[in-house]
Design a protein around this ligand. Structure first.
Ligand code: GLN
Length: 229
């Protein structure tokens, strides 16, 4: 075991918000996904086991969970941005994303303008919600607590379309013929792992592990497992 201080000795406690497939979701009673595998590699380098805590995305991105000592890390497909950086520290970027639109197949909604007077689903506390609030001013925004509820609402017709990160939407559309990704908005986002502000020792350990897995091929293997064709 390394000397890095952890909230619970011998365990790397990760806060996340389920489901966010393919980054973190339940499968056969287990929590699996891209972020889960990345953090497992970090835990391995620290000589400890990862334990995952499911908590609202709002309190992850606000830094509340980390500050309360609920977890050591936050790994939740979370975009690095200035507002969040005031309340927590981010690792080096480990994944790129951009906002995208998902709509029922054949709907023809390919821009936010097409949704004027219609309803657009957003996920609470996310960069997609913020983008919609700023750019989809003519749409009626409907907030959902998690990605699962958001996507179900598109399929059931409860909302006309929804906005979220591109890779989760493409992943869902690949398995569901009744929906399609119809636009990307080039928001140029990058995901980082959150650490409590000034927990420099852990932050450095996280960055060292991210560099290690990028160099030794582990990152590519994890990428292939969750995004390979
Ligand atoms: N990347 C987006 C954000 O940081 C969505 C993350 C999520 O919903 N888990 O807001």
């Amino acid at each position: 075991e390394s000397g890095v201080p952890l909230v619970q000795a011998g365990t790397l406690v990760t806060c996340t918000h389920l489901p966010y497939e393919p980054f973190q979701f339940q499968e056969g009673g287990e929590i699996v996904g891209f972020d889960v595998d990345v953090v497992d590699a970090i835990a391995e380098d620290l000589g400890v086991e990862q334990e995952i805590v499911d908590t609202p995305f709002e309190t992850i991105q606000s830094g509340e969970d980390l500050n309360a000592g609920k977890c050591d890390l936050a790994a939740a497909g979370m975009t690095i941005n200035d507002v969040r950086e005031e309340n927590l520290d981010f690792s080096d970027p480990y994944f790129e994303a951009t906002q995208a639109l998902i709509a029922p197949a054949g709907s023809g909604y390919t821009s936010l303008d097409d949704l004027a007077g219609l309803s657009l689903g957003i996920q609470a506390g996310t960069t997609g919600a913020e983008y919609a609030q700023e750019n989809a001013t003519e749409a009626e925004l409907v907030t959902f607590e998690d990605l699962g509820l958001l996507l179900t609402a598109v399929q059931s017709g409860q909302v006309d379309a929804a906005i979220n990160d591109n890779s989760v939407l493409y992943d869902f559309a690949a398995d569901n013929d009744d929906v399609e990704v119809t636009a990307e908005f080039e928001t140029g986002e990058a995901y980082g792992i959150g650490v409590k502000t000034d927990n420099t020792e852990l932050l450095e350990a996280v960055n060292a592990s991210l560099a290690r897995i990028q160099e030794d091929g582990t990152y590519d293997e994890i990428y292939e497992e969750w995004f390979g064709t």
